[in-house]
Design a protein around this ligand. Structure first.
Ligand SMILES: Nc1ncnc2c1ncn2[C@@H]1O[C@H](COP(=O)(O)OP(=O)(O)O)[C@@H](O)[C@H]1O
Ligand SMILES: [Mg+2]
Length: 309
């Protein structure tokens, strides 16, 4: 689009002055962007994140120590499930290294796919993409994928630059009122969960995903200690890709019991999930009767119950 936000064009310039700015629009659409100093923009965006968060009731992330355990799949699934229960849901895909949510939820050639390519703006910010306007109208989405031009560049982004980008992603979007905000983050206990927690000031809960494999379970334990370190309540652990013949039963439940965190059930290994993800469709919509869809629905209920407790 022609008025693409000028993302991070001034990083690295020297700042000598700061002044308060309380404009309700994000810096990315500010007419004075080019003249503004980095520190001033950073302060404004920090303030603006607070404004945006005021009308969002619960903020959570679904995390895992390992990649590939189904964190994005479950985050997308829970988001769709909650929206279909009538909640207003915001989904922020802050995975700089692999922003997969649009691939999983936005069907090719749909209106949402067009919207994602040329983000629309209103007077005070970016309008969230609505991936399933018919099936889940209450779900809005923003992804790093819409922000970064080349994901190859992003792999090399480090510390402060990453934090600036994540802050900008959160500050730029006009979410309006939402019942719940879900973050999809990169795997591991690296910088991102800490950055997001710092930027939004408060995360109300973390759900830790693990497959029944020992290597995944080991890393999931690290995610729990990370959440505790960040003062984020652990809502519970969920097992994904359950296959009792392959791994035996209740592997994640045993860990949850040992670690003294709630166990939120299991989502079976389901081939249709893989195929649907490639088509930008959700099993919650396409095969609601499947065991996997029902498990994700139950997980969504458990999460809301824990948040409202
Ligand atoms: N329950 C499941 N059954 C079958 N495939 C799954 C399931 N959950 C996730 N997958 C698949 O596993 C792969 C990794 O999932 P993803 O959500 O991208 O993991 P992460 O975000 O943890 O890296 C994807 O191809 C996804 O479609
Ligand atoms: Mg992922």
């Amino acid at each position: 689009m022609s008025d693409q936000p000028p993302i991070l064009t001034n990083i690295g310039q020297t700042d000598f002055a700061e002044a308060a700015c309380e404009r309700l629009n994000g810096c990315d659409i500010c007419p004075d962007y080019a003249e503004c100093l980095n520190t001033r923009r950073e302060n404004h965006e920090t303030w603006l994140v607070g404004e945006r968060m005021k009308d969002i009731r619960h903020r959570i992330f679904i995390t895992s120590g390992k990649g590939g355990v189904g964190k994005s799949t479950l985050t997308a699934g829970v988001a769709v499930a909650l929206a279909r229960k009538g909640l207003k849901v915001a989904l922020i895909d802050a995975d700089i290294h692999g922003p997969n949510i649009p691939q999983m939820l936005v069907a090719e050639h749909s209106e949402a796919a067009r919207h994602g390519k040329g983000l629309q703006l209103d007077e005070i910010g970016i309008v969230p993409v609505v991936p399933m306007p018919e099936e889940a109208p209450g779900l809005g989405l923003i992804s790093m994928d819409y922000f970064i031009e080349s994901s190859d560049d992003a792999v090399m982004w480090k510390g402060p630059l990453k934090k600036d980008l994540i802050r900008q992603l959160i500050a730029s979007v006009n979410w309006g009122e939402r019942d719940v905000l879900l973050f999809d983050l990169p795997p591991g206990t690296g910088d991102e969960p800490m950055m997001v927690t710092e930027i939004v000031d408060r995360i109300d809960g973390a759900v830790v995903v693990s497959t029944p494999q020992k290597v995944a379970l080991l890393d999931a334990r690290k995610s729990i200690s990370m959440a505790r370190h960040l003062d984020v309540p652990v809502l519970g652990m969920v097992e994904n890709m359950t296959d009792e013949d392959l791994f035996g039963a209740d592997q994640v439940k045993k860990s949850a019991d040992e670690l003294n965190v709630p166990y939120l059930g299991s989502v079976p290994l389901e081939r249709r999930i893989i195929k649907l993800a490639d088509e930008g469709k959700s099993i919650i919509v396409e095969n609601p009767e499947s065991e996997a869809a029902q498990a994700i629905n139950a997980l969504a209920d458990d999460i809301m119950r824990a948040l409202n407790a």
